[in-house]
Design a protein around this ligand. Structure first.
Ligand SMILES: [Ca+2]
Length: 200
């Protein structure tokens, strides 16, 4: 989640950071001959939308699923956005699953003030041809990690609620996941207060 006091400069840095993190990771993944299996856990969000489109166009990655978490927008809006993004890219073959509908221990604070009412800068994408997967996002994460042990890299680019739920339900996945690449934290100060970053 973003805070109400995040400046445009902070948000620009955040978007830039998201893209840089993915580019650095994709660059390392590119050294591998086989596309890396990834699950993107997301709260789209303009920045996440760009990150998803970048990942979709990266032959180094095989996106096994998108799982949606509330953050920049509510879960239902995030799910609609994720579906529209995949539909736009003609990738309805990738499962998209709704996850948690609220944070575990606090009230949801969204960021439509920055990302627009629909979370995508109020750009109206065409209606989605993709349908949501019926599974609960954290269950899908657990299922995929057991299906491909030591092969799945998790890429949470929103609050970590779905990851927390998945690990709580099945702690064994912690030893079976290949890697986790998080957009969160900061080395220069927070965007919620002087020290705290929203996703963390
Ligand atoms: Ca995000």
């Amino acid at each position: 989640m973003h805070c109400l006091f995040m400046t445009r400069a902070q948000n620009a840095r955040r978007i830039f950071s998201a893209i840089v993190i993915l580019i650095i990771w994709i660059s390392s993944a590119a050294k591998a001959q086989v596309p890396q299996r990834v699950i993107i856990d997301t709260d789209p969000g303009v920045d996440d939308a760009l990150a998803i489109l970048l990942a979709l166009n990266s032959p180094e990655l095989k996106i096994e699923a998108l799982t949606v978490v509330p953050g920049n927008v509510e879960g239902s809006q995030g799910l609609a956005n994720a579906l529209k993004i995949l539909s736009l890219a003609k990738r309805c073959d990738i499962p998209v699953a709704a996850g948690a509908q609220h944070p575990l221990n606090q009230k949801l604070i969204t960021a439509q003030y920055w990302h627009g009412r629909n979370g995508l800068a109020d750009v109206e994408l065409p209606a989605s041809q993709c349908k949501p997967d019926s599974r609960f996002g954290p269950d899908l994460i657990i299922e995929a990690i057991h299906k491909y042990p030591h092969e799945i890299t998790l890429i949470p680019v929103g609050p970590l609620t779905n990851i927390a739920l998945a690990v709580s339900k099945d702690p064994s996945i912690a030893g079976l996941v290949k890697d986790i690449v998080i957009m969160g934290g900061s080395i220069t100060g927070g965007n919620v207060n002087g020290a705290a970053e929203a996703n963390i």
